[in-house]
Design a binder for this molecule. Structure first.
Ligand code: PLP
Length: 352
């Protein structure tokens, strides 16, 4: 249990004193009461399914997520993709031109883009050769203006999860916020940090419906944190940040978790089979361990192999310019048929 943590010392002054926008639906919440006539939001009264503003607190979605993930609703905030959630975190806690964040390349590119947009210094500490955090170096980089440490676990593009001990040490020793991006957690054998949310008041976990849940198109990101942190982010989010169609689609999907679980099992099975076949490709020199729905491989010449696959009609991700990823390609696990095509084309390239 972490006790020496004070969230108020991290919030930007202008955010502390902010008077949030109060929408019509904030001021009269009980939109489900059937008999009421709503003349408060200047909506068009003719029904078409989306003529009304959506629930600003997305209660139906949160209720389902709360049951599935076993986290109280008051610890959940939803955004227009996790990208919006991450941006809200920057805007709540990082003072432009003063504060800094720490990221651990090679990792998800959005953290540094958001740092640039918000004019926040990004202090980078490379992962080790086997893609684990260098705890001592990270702790050395921290100063009084370090507000956030971003840990992507399982990590994109390497695919592995960070060691529990290292993450725990960072959570304990750093008195800023630790954001653990769990976009790929549903493909992983590792336990989610959600179980330990109550132990660490500085912990923010982000997840998304874009990967395992099969809903990249609706843009729904999820943030789990202490009630205090969620309240701060709630104050600064756009009032209707998750649209009605997104909320409806999410509810539909979350009510059919068996489908989601079956698809995840199928993807994990395919991942195993794909890795097995990748071992037969002579120009692949290394297959990195993965907890995600993708596999990072090292090849003889990444750009050459990338272009050869494009010519065969298959698009993968060339990660050769990322630190520690020289000549690395990232392959997303597709359907059985797609993976078979990939292997077939890799084999034909390797023989040409
Ligand atoms: C794909 C991905 C996301 C997803 O972001 P959304 O905006 O929710 O689609 C977040 N983090 C990582 C590390 C990812 O790879």
């Amino acid at each position: 249990m972490k006790t020496n943590f004070n969230i108020n010392s991290l919030v930007r002054e202008n955010i502390k004193s902010l008077k949030p926008y109060s929408s019509a639906r904030d001021e009269y919440k009980d939109a489900t009461s059937g008999d009421m006539i709503f003349l408060d939001a200047n909506e068009n009264p003719f029904e078409n399914g989306v003529n009304r503003y959506p629930d600003p607190q997305q209660n139906s979605v949160k209720e389902l997520l709360s049951g599935i993930k076993n986290v109280p609703q008051k610890n959940i905030l939803l955004g227009n993709g996790s990208d919006e959630v991450l941006d809200l975190i920057f805007r709540a806690f990082c003072e432009p031109k003063e504060d800094n964040i720490i990221t651990l390349p090679p990792t998800y590119g959005m953290y540094s883009v958001l740092a640039n947009i918000n004019n926040i210094e990004n202090r980078e500490v490379l992962l080790t050769e086997d893609f684990q955090p260098k705890v001592a170096q990270i702790l050395e980089k921290i100063n009084k203006n370090t507000k956030i440490l971003f840990l992507c676990s399982p990590n994109n593009p390497s695919g592995n999860s960070f060691s529990t001990d290292k993450v725990e040490e960072l959570l304990q020793k750093f008195n800023g916020l630790v954001v653990i991006d769990e976009a790929y957690i549903d493909f992983s054998e590792q336990r989610s940090w959600l179980e330990r949310l109550e132990e660490f008041p500085n912990l923010i976990i982000t997840q998304t419906l874009s990967k395992a849940y099969g809903l990249a198109g609706i843009r729904l990101g999820v943030c789990y944190a202490s009630q205090e942190i969620i309240a701060i982010l709630n104050n600064i989010k756009p009032p209707y940040n998750v649209n009605e169609l997104t909320q409806q689609k999410a509810v539909e999907r979350l009510q059919k978790m068996e489908e989601v679980t079956n698809e995840i099992s199928e993807i994990i099975k395919e991942r195993t089979s794909l890795i097995h076949h990748l071992k037969e490709i002579n120009f692949i020199t290394k297959i990195y361990p993965t907890d995600c729905n993708f596999v990072l491989v090292k090849v003889d010449d990444a750009t050459k192999r990338y272009n050869q696959l494009i010519a065969k009609g298959i698009v993968i991700r060339n990660r050769t310019n990322q630190p520690l990823c020289e000549n690395c390609l990232r392959l997303t696990v597709g359907t059985r048929l797609e993976n078979e095509r990939l292997i077939k084309e890799l084999l034909s390239i390797s023989k040409s």
